[in-house]
Design a binder for this molecule. Sequence first.
Ligand SMILES: [Zn+2]
Length: 325
Amino acid sequence: MTTSMKLRWNNGIEVSDGSSLIMDPKRTLQGVPALITHAHSDHVPRDVRKPKSELITTPITGNALKSVFRAPEELLTISSFGKELEVGNLRVTPFIAGHVPGSAMFLLEKGDLRVLYTGDVNPRGGLAVEGPADVPEADVLIIESTYGNPKFRFPDQDLVRAKIVEWVLSVVSEGSIPVFSVYPLGKAQEVIALLNKTTNLRVLVTEDVARMSAACQPAFKLKYEKLQEVQDPKVAVIKGPCSGVPLEGKLAIATGWALILKPKRVHRAFPLSSHADFDGLLEIVKRSRAKEVYTVFGFSYDFTSYLKMKLSVKAAPLGRNWVYL
Ligand SMILES: [Zn+2]
């Protein structure tokens, strides 16, 4: 195996092999290409409007960076899933991550060394993503560990979807309005797709959700309208958590965190997640066949402890010290 690559967590996942690149940086660096896995704001550089380097991502994430985050088009390099790009000395290929529309994992290759960074990932996929995570084999895996603790085992997600539909229809039959407060990217499109597929209700969305959903079209052909005034009672409303639009109706959230919390003002909290749960993360590690695993985000220590004990792989949270491969 080649041993000329090193990586660490510093402002993002920094990779150096003579040339450099950074993945999901907090801020871009002069002359260092940035790979962006998806358009959730915690994975988008804060200086995205005036980045110091090119931003490499997939078509849908590129749309969102341009139309929602105002990234300059001339600094976007777009690569489709499965298409290999040369970035410095590395070969970089995006794979479907299954987390939100456009979300990618990146496989970095140099010689015979293969390093996979998952970004946020979901091996189950959903109704408004390109598919479940398409995990390639790698020597080294850098994996998110948002739910990397065994207390996070989600119920069957189709059953959760069925309960959401049941709740929506019961609220409408009472003459009230079901209102979902969800992330504008990912969960919003998932709930829109679910209601499109299973009900005849009009789906009304707030401005933030409309902007993100437009960036995801035409890939998912979602049917929704911008929220103006709710007069027709046979509607469902999808709003972003920060949207200040005053609304009558019954409020629901849909998130993996519903396993452990339910805010007081919320009528229902559904454990529908766009992330891998604990077992899903284990599945991804096994499918990658990686012998060396580094974790980022969430329960990174819990997950690596478990991996070392149960799978006998080398595992550690990715920190500020360089790891030499
Ligand atoms: Zn995310």
